[in-house]
Design a protein around this ligand. Structure first.
Ligand code: XMP
Length: 533
């Protein structure tokens, strides 16, 4: 779990004062996460502006606590609750303290309801990128054009009320931004990169609305992480789960840097069986013969296929996959006498698994990630747990991870399991691998690989009637997807050239005996997630 303020006592106040001295500021902001998938992105945006911001547990920090902290401003995140159906665990007396407050989505609905406005289910729900139009001039919209792209993900809306000054709207949301005295709120998500002027909106809230004065220069996250790791792993053995994706590779390099400071033995394991066709090659190429790391490849195909037999829902398959993954890591940890197991887990994984900041508010579980809460018998090292993909990549660059590895498409934790519908068999794994091979090879050939954030080929359960060599046969339908994204929290369907897609389809239907047709997925995240399963 990530550090969260759960109580305010003398010791906590002393710690905060000491941190203020370091940052040469008297100003503090508080973020109350109300269960949003994007809560951590808010913190990142605010920290990037050089502002000291602490995460406060909405279920435990009261108005009296907030008064003791005397923050310059408060931010309330979104969340999965509907205020008219479910009590949000948050002391609404905080809203009466006169402290400048920025409510995002649910956070906006919460204060709007508190001042008397009705919040209700929208006739037309809004997911994805929409156009936001500002209605009146306001310091909150300084340097933001009248029309701008924003990401929305909501089913509820705030109704008009005499106390609300309406600041802007989107097509289906007449009140997409409003204020009342010290309370400001938006229905969209300025914290995600799809909201083009989101960062500016935070800046305007902090420096124009809340009138903050101080900015603290950005620090090197990589350096901090290396020193923390060095302290932890001194004279200890570490086993790292390497996947061939960029996150675990970044962790490998962070450990390498820490090893330059202290005595430690580093081991890594690559688990083979449900992996993409080129992952093992990548691990061997970049880590196979390094004096600082001893890498072992374990072929667990049979164990995976046996555990996955008879499992058809994605949830059951994810749970079965996790079990094998955990057992192998445990066995290897014993063999290497490891004191720690290290993984490249990101905040995104934790957040989608329903975790993150330790608060009393409800957070939806989107999917169970293979690498979260495994409960190993030795402590876990997850130095990227407070990062999302773009920070993890930047940290990687700082510690010398080769660019080819940094920009490799993310490894899907449960591997091809989430790219195969229905029961997993060795035959379906082979089809998924062959399809991936063609797709990725063609992306490279067309010079498209680097411009795409991630791409996948899914073996669906749909079949199509087709004719191969004058025989009528049933062929599997392969669904291709490719996305543009910044950090994986949101993503847009990549507009791949039609000629390219035709070529991939032709190769797949010709070269893979079982494939009958190829389709392309057009949906964005939200609402669709990036991986199929
Ligand atoms: P989703 O599909 O949740 O994925 O939008 C976001 C990114 O995380 C990668 N990834 C995983 N996805 N289960 C997943 O569904 C996992 O355990 C996992 N680990 C990593 C995924 O490939 C995408 O880039």
């Amino acid at each position: 779990m990530i550090h969260t303020l759960t109580k305010i006592d003398d010791a906590v106040l002393k710690e905060i004062e000491a941190e203020k001295q370091v940052r040469k500021t008297n100003e503090l902001f508080l973020l109350f996460p109300l269960g949003s998938q994007f809560d951590h992105l808010i913190l990142q945006k605010v920290e990037k502006l050089g502002v000291y911001c602490l995460v406060a547990d909405p279920a435990r920090i009261t108005a009296a606590d907030v008064q003791k902290l005397n923050p310059k401003g408060i931010i309330l995140s979104g969340g999965p609750a509907s205020v008219y159906e479910e009590k949000v665990h948050f002391d609404t007396a905080i809203l009466d303290l006169g402290i400048p407050t920025f409510g995002i989505c649910l956070g906006f609905q919460l204060w709007a309801q508190h001042v008397g406005a009705e919040v209700k289910g929208a006739k037309k729900r809004e997911f994805g990128v929409h156009t936001f139009k500002t209605h009146i001039e306001s310091p909150l919209f300084t340097a933001i054009p009248e029309l701008s792209a924003v990401l929305e993900s909501h089913g509820d809306i705030v109704s008009a009320h005499e106390k609300l000054t309406i600041l802007g709207s989107t097509e289906n949301t007449p009140i997409a931004a409003a204020m009342h005295k010290h309370l400001f709120g938006v229905q969209f998500h300025p914290e995600v990169s799809d909201s083009l002027f989101g960062e500016k909106l935070f800046e305007n809230f902090i420096f124009e609305f809340a009138r903050a004065q101080d900015r603290y220069p950005a620090q090197s996250m990589a350096e901090k992480k290396v020193h923390q790791l060095a302290e932890e792993i001194k004279n200890k053995n570490v086993l790292l789960a390497l996947s061939g994706g960029s996150d675990s590779s970044v962790v490998a390099y962070l450990l390498k840097k820490a090893q330059e400071l202290v005595d430690t033995k580093l081991f890594a394991v690559y688990i083979k069986g449900i992996d993409r066709p080129d992952d093992e090659k990548c691990v061997l190429q970049f880590f196979g013969d390094k004096p600082w790391l001893s890498v072992k490849i374990i072929d667990a195909t049979d164990a995976f296929v046996t555990a996955l037999a008879g499992k058809v829902t994605m949830k059951d398959k994810r749970i079965a996959m996790r079990g094998i993954y955990k057992n192998i890591l445990e066995e290897e940890a014993k063999r290497c006498e490891a004191h720690f197991i290290a993984q490249g887990t990101l905040y995104t994984d934790v957040s989608e698994s329903g975790g993150g900041y330790d608060t009393g508010t409800r957070k939806a579980q989107i999917k169970i990630h293979h690498n979260v809460d495994l409960g190993f018998s030795v402590p876990e090292l997850a130095p990227l747990i407070d990062c999302v993909k773009d920070n993890a990549r930047n940290i990687g660059r700082e510690v010398g991870v080769p660019e080819e590895l940094v920009t490799r498409h993310p490894f899907p934790g449960p591997g091809l399991v989430v790219r195969i519908e229905g029961e997993i068999t060795k035959e379906k794994l082979r089809i998924a691998r062959d399809a991936d091979n063609i797709y990725i090879e063609e992306l490279y050939r067309a010079g498209l690989y680097q411009s795409i954030w991630q791409a996948g080929a899914v073996v669906t359960q749909s079949v199509t009637t087709c004719t191969k060599g004058d025989e009528a046969v049933s062929g599997a339908v392969i669904a291709l997807w490719a996305v543009w994204s910044v950090n994986g929290f949101t993503a847009q369907c990549a507009e791949l050239p039609y000629d390219f897609l035709k070529k991939v389809s032709k190769r797949m239907t010709n070269e893979i005996r079982e494939v009958g047709a190829v389709v392309y997925r057009l949906s964005d995240k939200p609402p669709t997630t990036i991986e199929w399963g």
